[in-house]
Unconditional design. Sequence first.
Length: 750
Amino acid sequence: MKFTNGFWKIREEITPLYAVEYGGSRINGGELTIYAPGKQIKSRGDILNLGMLTIRITSPMEDVLKISISHFEGAADPGPFTAIEECDPRVSIDESEENIIFQTGSTKAVVDKRPASWGIRFLDGDRELTSTGLKNMAYMENRDNGKCYMVEQLALDVGEYVYGMGERFTPFVKNGQIVEMWNEDGGTASEIAYKNIPFYLTSKGYGVLVSNPGDVSYEVASEKVERIQFSLEGERLEYYVINGGTPKGTIKKYTDLTGKPSLPPAWSFGLWLTTSFTTDYDEETTSGFINGMAKRDIPLQVFHFDCFWMEGYEWCNFTWDSKTFPDPVGMLKRYHEKGLKICVWINPYIAQKSPLFQEGMENGYFIKKRDGSVWQTDMWQAGMGVVDFTNPYAAAWYQEKLKTLLDMGVDCFKTDFGERIPVKDIVYHDGSDPVRMHNYYTYLYNKAVFELLVKERGEGEAVLFARSAAAGSQKFPVHWGGDCSASYPSMAETLRSGLSLACSGFGFWSHDIGGFESTATADVYKRWCQFGLLSSHSRLHGSSSYRVPWLFDQEACDVLRKFVKLKCRLMPYLYRQAAFAHENGIPVMRPMFMEFPEDRACEVLDRQYMLGDSLLVAPVFRESGDVEYYLPDGKWVNLLSEKVMEGGSWKKETFDYFGLPVLVRENSIIAVGSCDSRTDYEFGDGVEFWLSVFEDGGICETSVTDLNGKVVMNIKAVREADVIRLSVEGGNGNWSYKVLGAQNVRVLTI
């Protein structure tokens, strides 16, 4: 939201109250309170009829600063609030005549006390991260509509790039963009997003989280090109300056604050196949798909039933449509016997025709209007109400309905929607502010479903397929990228959104292989299969047409088979990366700048990514098979062809549908499994170690986990001239090795 007209003028309807000068402070334990009047105080009379901002600086954990700015502190603040996991860090507060220094770890907030020198600098040691100064921190009143806003503007350095703010389909680097934190169902082709996270990460290695889950508005080097501005309606604004030293370090800190991703079960990394959305299907149809995949030797691990597993007009009644599926229990048993897991589509809306509507209305389980009546709409389902998850009885009721499905044999849920949440004339059970609840609703929705799965299936077996999200939702994986189109531009915007979401601490991510809207050409489908199976999670899904490969062409079956089997074999490597994401918060799929923060060429790359710490993937986005990508310094070897390439430059290659750039980083060990038909097997049994150790003296290490993410093998390789010394600790000794891209190299085991 803009409050100015260029550098000189405030908009006519706006009355600003800026923090202009240091006006005193108080220290209470680990809290520093600063008072900043709205003009320079030159005489005692200047303090009269003048507003002031109150700024509190605290620390929830080491190297994290919490800044709270308020105008009228007596204003109501009903929440909800982003869930923050705080500890009790050691802080120091030192005061001199010129400044006050608040420090936690190596991170400092330096408050300037000198007359006419207002500002707060945020430092990592002696290195300045960002700052706020004169006419940056403000309270703005709109005289036309009576609304008031809190505003902060933090400095951007020369050449500093801004990333993240949730899933965003717009350009990956956010500089120059206006970004609104408002979850909406808008597809993947605009600035609208399903997953708005008020956290950004910069190329300098720090991040900023605004703790209000409502409609925060960002001007990213737009209203003031030297600054990133964030604002929200109300009398109070809180944000955290998070300093991890590097992008990965800051993501770790951010997920320390907001929660680590749960570890999804290994089976969830396999191929998911769905009925698609509005297609006609019954058990004969779904069995035909499942048997067709088996006949073509394409490993399938999860089958998903989309909306019409329930009767139309009754979403959600959580009851199988008896006309289409007369024997759901028997069907699910038959599919389980084929080794499949079952997912069904749900959402938090209860249609008026559903038998559950009356039950929910009578018990007060739906979001209500101020007059006490149920809020309803005809958008999506006729007369639907929305479950009020701030009511613990409503959440338990909803979970009870889902438990019936789990008892029947359902394994997980696609938690669709959660964005179309009303704000006007709304009252929540717990009194939450409706505007803040608009985005935060999906956190409570997915939390309720995920906690049920943990309770009923166990912590290592719980997984969702969620579309909407708020800050902290990374704790409830997996999330997928929403309704994309069947084209190369949409495939590219989908990847951009996933990399943006990774910058917001989401460890696991997927997308609709082949595109959701329309039907892809065989060419796009095959290229998307490559990309999809080299993502953390992989699902074939569409809208009005099926996504089984034989409906595209025979080669599509061969391509899909190759990359499903490749992913199965890569599971020892991938699941170790998944466990690392769970332990440290570092996403499995990550943008290049996150892994190579010192390489300035990586800062803007959004058509390639790192899959874990050792594999670089560059999907093909052209029918010609041409792909251009950048390799950081060092030697790289293509996992599929074993072609060795020197880094530090751009590459251009052409690939058929069975190849693409999947490059192993120098001094890496890729643990490759013995099974190519499933993703849930004993990863240490018959494992191969693919070695990429080029330099004399080069050392690489890795580990292999079990199905619970626990490390069971440690591997180390050291290069000495033409010999690689390999040592393995743990496991059963049934393993082998392969040297990638090397000639005349011996491997000596220890």
